[in-house]
Design a protein around this ligand. Structure first.
Ligand code: FA5
Length: 353
């Protein structure tokens, strides 16, 4: 073949290769193209191999032209590969495109149950006065729920606590186990396990065999308090509970103590605060039912019999105790009219706190 023919062949090869490359729009097609022209048996490779038998002068001319074609095809190949890569990237970006101007979807945030909130508030108030928070069992012995609290069997005061008994019979044929009706048994557990000075606060669930209504549930929370030391007086009880009422219900609260009966305290008292809704005026007020006062807890000086029952010297130690219903405090504080709402799991109710 003459040099001219060889050069014309090269020109045709170049034109055909570049046309083919233009038509190769996928990665696979471009790879096939590379193999067809520049692979080991590719068309251009064959031409380059065919240079060997040529005369030196001819080889120089055709070789230079062939190398030019080779460089051109390599350049074309790199360009085609780049174009395919950026087209793929572009398609990915289009598919997963985020519209940053769209408003976000609100994430529903959970919150604490109103009972948990009030328990924390009550605990924080007493912790600030040096009380320590402890918890106790919900399944109790008659011994702790009643006996050690100066409420022996057949004592009429047992009627104050409608009891749910656990179906467990002992050797004497008695049922000594129950669901605690109040948190007061923790007074005994604490005193049995510690020496004065004692200042504890016991939040916890209680159970009573009671019909439910707007202010009564068969499961509810109480918060118990107990302080025992040398020289504790009724003035300490009043001062502590007065401070509590101010912390929870506002600095200008007034408190009222009236005599009440609980077998484990002597004297016993019921504590009320002046109604924060009507400022104690009463007339027509739904919160205090027109009395101007709201009862919030039972309290009193620990009965010396109870102190002696746990082995304390009642001539040396005195103490005070109190117990309040947590939901009732929450009802007062947040203006909730029905205690049954606490357990309904209604988000319209729970979302308000
Ligand atoms: C007692 O349970 C005594 N242990 C309180 C006490 C402790 C007095 C220490 C003296 C010294 P009472 O039965 O009144 O007392 O209950 C206390 C509070 O628990 C009530 O004021 C009320 O707020 C709450 N409570 C009682 N029964 C229910 C009920 N069925 N549902 C919701 N709350 C209740």
């Amino acid at each position: 073949m003459t040099t001219d023919n060889l050069l014309r062949n090269l020109e045709e090869l170049q034109a055909k290769a570049l046309d083919d490359l233009k038509a190769s729009s996928s990665q696979e097609a471009v790879e096939q193209w590379r193999v067809a022209y520049m692979g080991r048996r590719g068309e251009l490779t064959q031409v380059l191999r065919g240079l060997a038998p040529l005369a030196p002068e001819e080889r120089r001319i055709v070789g230079a032209a062939a190398n030019k074609v080779k460089a051109l095809l390599e350049e074309g190949l790199a360009g085609a590969e780049d174009a395919i890569k950026s087209a793929a990237l572009q398609a990915m970006a289009e598919q997963g495109r985020i519209d940053v101007t769209l408003p976000g979807r609100p994430v529903p945030l959970g919150r604490l149950h109103p009972t948990t909130q009030i328990l924390r508030e009550i605990c924080a108030a007493f912790v600030s006065m040096g009380f320590q928070v402890v918890e106790g069992p919900e399944v109790e012995w008659d011994h702790y729920n009643f006996e050690m609290l100066n409420i022996p069997k057949d004592h009429p005061a047992r009627d104050m606590w409608d009891t749910l008994w656990v179906d467990h019979v002992d050797e004497q044929g008695e049922r000594p186990m129950l669901l605690r009706t109040h948190t007061s048994p923790m007074q005994i557990h604490t005193m049995e396990n510690t020496e004065p000075p004692i200042r504890v606060l016991v939040p916890g669930k209680c159970y009573r065999y009671e019909a439910t209504d707007a202010t009564h549930e068969s499961q509810f929370y109480q918060v118990e308090g107990l302080a025992v030391d040398e020289g504790i007086t009724f003035a300490d009880l009043k001062g502590t509970l007065y401070e509590f009422a101010r912390l929870l219900f506002g600095a200008d609260r007034k408190v009222r103590f009236r005599v009440d009966y609980f077998p484990f305290v002597e004297p016993g008292a019921e504590m009320a605060i002046d109604c924060f809704a009507c400022k104690g005026e009463g007339v027509g007020c739904r919160v205090c039912k027109g009395t101007g006062w709201i009862e919030i807890m039972g309290a009193g000086m620990v009965n010396p019999k109870v102190l002696e029952g746990v082995g304390y010297d009642s001539s040396k130690y005195t103490g005070f105790a109190f117990g309040m219903g947590a939901e009732r405090i929450a009802m007062l504080k947040y203006g909730i009219e029905d205690i049954r709402l606490f357990h309904n799991n209604d988000l319209r109710f729970l979302g308000q706190f």
